[in-house]
Design a protein. Structure first.
Length: 477
């Protein structure tokens, strides 16, 4: 029997499930195909909810609490006895958070009358989709529109093949049942730094091997430099310019060889995390006559509104160009649904926030100082540290700063860069300011509550004109 729907979505990650919900809200009939099995159960929510954003943040928060109790409570006059660690309980809490959210998504689909088909989808020609259930017969679905949202998976490198819980990807690194004594991480990207931080806080000796010479090349240089300084101070041994050339597993340990400017080196680790990037999932997604074309890097080729090369077919999220971020996937999902329903919709790709959930967090939106200068903008910069902020001092969380990049001629805010407490939340002030075309002066004229971390945002805007109050600035204006 052929099932028909206005919209068939392949993939139930953040991109796919938000697309499905928005399409249903707009009165369209929707089928969402998702094949993921998580811990033996069919699961919606994709990488993000099952093996990405959420479990990593659950472990980041647990490990932060552990580290705080162990290292920083005494300064607050809180005396605790010996602090213990129950990794199994920590993992169980993480699993419960994941479970709650993924079943919440299932309830949302059900509540919106969206049919969730459990199994794999494959786009054929003529907007037909072949559905292969986990058990049972294949079916053909017919759709007015198809949204491809199959996401991404970890890149594997031949020099470090995965090995039975010893050499793992990010998914395996979320499942360690004990704290590795020595932990190697290949790749100082966002995922490598976050997962390295988790296990370092819990007691691992962590060495991060990064092939290129500069860490976080996409970040403003000031943020990247500060992040490296802070994370190194926290105990992460970050080795830049260190390219891994081989790994060998024996007796439950892994020997890693790498090359840097000084020559070849060898390190032995109890566990190794391979965090060298992610690639789009297109295997089995498209039949040869689907007509959907890929770009040179293997992403589905789309325009600004996520139209693929076949009319009526859309592709969103990690499967297409742009940063691999859940919120970017979600916005694209909503946009695709709205475009299908005949609405005008767009995503502002210039203002996609990036966050690294280390402690402190680092976050940015808009242009870096280097980008703005390279574009020939006459740049003015305002920067202010958390070190003298009353709230940061009160909570003993004073590392980092807020930095604004603005156009000196028009005063327009072009970028905001934060490293410091709650950076991932504070950054939304920059997002809203820039979406509304704010100038530095607009931010200067606002009355920020005291004592808050956000006062650093105000001071950074004032500093752009040499008039921050809690710093000696000599400009008269
Ligand atoms: P996915 O979430 O990958 O979902 C795609 C789904 O499609 C998958 O569940 C897959 O099973 C399914 N699928 C694939 N092919 C088929 C098929 N043929 N048929 C049926 N189903 C199919 N992003 C952030 O914004 N913030 C973070 O803090 C963050 N942390 C992360 C931490 C880690 C450790 C990792 C790995 C990623 C993190 N990300 C984070 C990235 C984020 O998870 C992704 O950007 C996001 O999940 C992409 O959403 P998506 O819907 O495009 O794809
Ligand atoms: P990201 O793509 O942001 O997740 O970061 C992945 C990082 O892994 C990049 O900075 C790469 O330079 C790094 N990387 C890739 N291959 C290797 C390798 N063989 N040895 C060390 N680092 C690597």
């Amino acid at each position: 029997m052929t099932q028909k729907a206005d919209v068939v979505v392949i993939g139930g990650g953040p991109g796919g499930y938000e697309a499905a919900i928005r399409a249903a809200q707009l009165g369209l009939s929707v089928i969402c195909i998702e094949r993921r099995m998580h811990k033996g159960k069919p699961a919606l929510g994709g990488t993000c909810l099952n093996v990405g954003c959420i479990p990593s943040k659950a472990l980041l928060d647990s490990s932060h609490k552990y580290h705080e109790v162990k290292s920083n409570y005494a300064a607050h006059g809180i005396v605790v006895g010996e602090v213990g660690l129950d990794v199994a309980a920590m993992q169980a809490r993480k699993d419960k958070v994941v479970d709650g959210l993924t079943s919440g998504v299932a309830a949302l689909l059900k509540g919106n009358n969206i049919t969730w088909l459990q199994g794999s989808g494959r786009l054929l020609s003529g907007k037909q989709v072949e559905f292969t259930p986990h058990e049972g017969e294949k079916q053909i679905l017919e759709a007015e529109s198809v949204i491809l949202a199959s996401g991404s998976e970890p890149v594997q490198i031949p020099v470090a093949p995965l090995h039975d819980g010893v050499v793992v990807d990010s998914t395996g690194a979320l499942e360690f049942d004990q704290v590795p004594k020595r932990l190697g991480v290949i790749g100082a990207g966002v995922i490598g730094l976050e997962l390295g931080s988790v296990w370092s806080r819990l007691g691992s000796e962590v060495v991060v091997l990064e092939a290129v010479d500069n860490m976080l090349p996409m970040a403003d240089k000031a943020i990247a430099k500060e992040a490296q300084k802070i994370l190194t101070r926290q105990g992460l041994d970050i080795r830049l310019g260190a390219r891994v050339s081989g790994t060998k597993v024996a007796k439950g340990k892994v020997t890693v060889t790498y090359t840097d400017a000084k020559g070849d080196h060898e390190e032995v680790f109890d566990r190794l995390i391979v965090a060298v990037g992610r690639r789009p999932v297109t295997d089995g997604l498209l039949s040869p006559d689907s007509g959907v074309s890929l770009d040179e890097r293997g992403f589905v080729h789309v325009d600004d509104q996520c139209h693929a090369s076949v009319p009526g077919v859309y592709a969103i999220g990690d499967l297409v160009r742009g940063p691999m971020l859940a919120h970017k996937a979600m916005e694209e999902g909503v946009m695709a649904a709205e475009v299908i329903a005949g609405h005008h919709a767009q995503v502002n790709y210039d203002l996609i926030i990036s966050v690294i959930y280390t402690h402190p967090e680092a976050a940015w939106v808009g242009k870096t100082e280097e980008q703005a200068k390279a574009e020939g903008v006459d740049v003015k910069v305002g920067q202010f540290a958390f070190a003298v902020n009353g709230r940061a001092l009160a909570s003993d969380d004073t590392a980092g700063f807020v930095k604004f990049v603005a156009d000196a001629k028009t005063d327009r805010v072009l970028g905001m860069h934060v490293i410091g407490p709650a950076a991932g939340d504070i950054i939304h002030q920059g997002l809203i300011a820039m979406e509304f075309g704010a100038t530095i002066e607009d931010l200067q004229l606002m009355c920020f509550a005291h004592p808050t971390l956000s006062e650093v945002v105000h001071e950074a805007a004032l500093a752009a004109d040499g008039r921050a109050i809690h710093a000696i600035q000599r400009k008269r204006k």
